[in-house]
Design a protein around this ligand. Structure first.
Ligand SMILES: [Cu+2]
Length: 471
């Protein structure tokens, strides 16, 4: 089989397809690179993907099976594209199987293609029955086909509105969930915008939402599956056992690597490429609540710990919660699907030089003494970070180039990481190579100076055009 593509890094699987009726809730949001398409047209095929380095010098590749959208301009990725549709819409989908064994597309509670034979093409229609978050995947030879990469996220937005109430992600929200969304932007503890509200003045989209689709990838086992006898399914029990239990081998002395996952991804990216990616990692101000759709397409659990804000778990596996848990850590089992609603309240543990949790006191910047414009200011809104550079502006790298290596501490970045520590080092690498993302705070829309104006930020750039000029 010699048709495998090499996947190009495409800004982190933000690629989204909008299918069905017009959806102004999405179209007015410039945060999503969404392609409107009347029908879905997927080819089930294979691909090689660069996993963590994104450079040609020490690349780290993995073989995948993927749902490749045939929509022009949409780069193929693993996971498959995020599908947006609206409750009640009828979706037409054409599936072509380019692999050597039967494959399928399955959406729990909504659609099942059944087996599609090698080189066959079939067209189906289904109705997006119920608003919510869905994992779509190949349910044949479970869990092999899904874990090999044949999966993606589908979001069904509700059509119904509830007069006198604000918009939620659900057609029939529980009273508690409805109250939560009604409170955004109107109650003392959630000042700012409601979820459905945008603000062009601050480039804030309405209906802010993100997808964290977790997955684990084993380059050794996936290659073994790809090279397995054509027309035969790789034994599923053997796959699951090797994926989770293959014993440790001394890679350094043997040159052999074991068949456990080496890469742990959120929406196809890990480490820096997941954590500092504006399409995966929310960048918002206090007062701009967001939804994060959290899914697990893999075969290992992740204990997702989010910093800065506790989040409301408004839906678990399709069930809108009567009493949404307010959590900072929650275990995501294989095939789990949640909605996390992040209130984007002011983080309670803002450090200043008096310690964490101390009352704000106007303070003189001690990190950049002598910097013009460095004036006394509190730590919130985070103008402190915008005006703080570590090391201080003007610090030159030693000897050769003399580049200014100061780095601006903005935005305020809080991690979401996995307390199941196996996912945090990839290939024995450092902590930030694994399954990690986060949420960023770029200001506080309820505080003067926290919305758009940061008068203390130096705007002059250095001679190389990339860093701030000294002084
Ligand atoms: Cu933690």
């Amino acid at each position: 089989m010699e048709r495998r593509d090499f996947l190009k890094y495409s800004a982190g699987s933000l690629a989204a397809l909008v299918v069905g009726s017009e959806m102004p809730w999405l179209m007015e949001s410039n945060a999503y690179a969404a392609f409107q398409t009347p029908t879905l047209n997927f080819t089930i095929t294979d691909a090689m993907k660069e996993m963590v380095t994104h450079n040609p010098f020490n690349d780290a590749r993995c073989y995948f099976w993927i749902y490749k959208s045939n929509t022009p301009n949409l780069l193929p990725e693993c996971p498959g594209p995020t599908i947006f549709t609206t409750e009640g819409d009828i979706v037409t989908i054409t599936l072509t199987n380019n692999l050597d064994e039967p494959h399928s597309l399955y959406i729990p509670g909504i659609f099942s293609s059944g087996p599609i034979a090698p080189l066959a093409t079939k067209t189906f229609r289904f109705r997006a029955l119920r608003a919510g978050t869905y994992l779509y995947y190949d349910n044949l030879n479970a869990p092999v086909n899904r874990v090999m990469g044949l999966h993606g996220c589908m979001i069904v937005m509700p059509r119904a509105t509830h007069p006198g109430h604000k918009f939620t992600p659900y057609a029939a929200p529980s009273p508690a969930v409805q109250k939560l969304f009604d409170d955004f932007g109107t109650s003392a503890h959630f000042p700012g915008l409601s979820w459905e509200q945008g603000d062009p003045a601050t480039d804030t989209p309405a209906f802010r939402q993100y997808v964290w689709l977790c997955h684990q990838a084993s380059p050794i086992l996936f290659a073994e599956v790809g090279n397995f006898t054509a027309g035969l399914d790789y034994p599923a029990a053997q796959f699951a056992n090797l994926f989770n239990n293959d014993p440790y081998v001394d890679t350094f002395n043997t040159g052999i690597m074991n068949r456990k996952p080496h890469f742990f991804t959120i929406s196809g990216q890990s480490g820096h490429f997941a954590h500092n990616n504006p399409f995966l990692c929310p960048n918002n101000r206090v007062g701009e609540p967001v939804i994060i759709r959290v899914l697990n397409a893999g075969l290992q659990a992740h204990s997702m710990h989010i910093h800065a804000n506790h989040v409301f778990t408004t839906s678990i596996n399709g069930v809108v919660q009567e009493n949404p848990l307010w959590v900072d850590t929650m275990t995501l089992y294989p095939l789990d699907v949640w909605d996390w609603t992040v209130p984007y309240i002011r983080p309670p543990d803002i450090p200043n030089i008096r310690g964490i949790g101390k009352a704000d006191t106007p303070l003189t910047s001690i990190t950049n003494p002598g910097i013009p414009g460095s004036v006394p200011h509190p730590v919130w809104p985070p103008t402190e970070e915008l005006n703080t550079f570590l090391p201080p502006v003007g610090t030159l790298s030693g000897g050769l180039t003399g580049i200014d290596i100061s780095c601006q501490l903005s935005p305020m970045c809080y991690p979401m990481h996995d307390h199941s520590e196996h996912s945090q080092g990839a290939q024995g690498g450092n902590y930030n190579c694994g399954l990690i993302s986060g949420i960023n705070f770029t200001g506080d829309r309820n505080t003067a100076g926290g919305v758009t104006t940061f008068p203390n930020v130096p705007t002059v750039h250095g001679p190389d055009g990339t860093g701030p000029a000294a002084g």
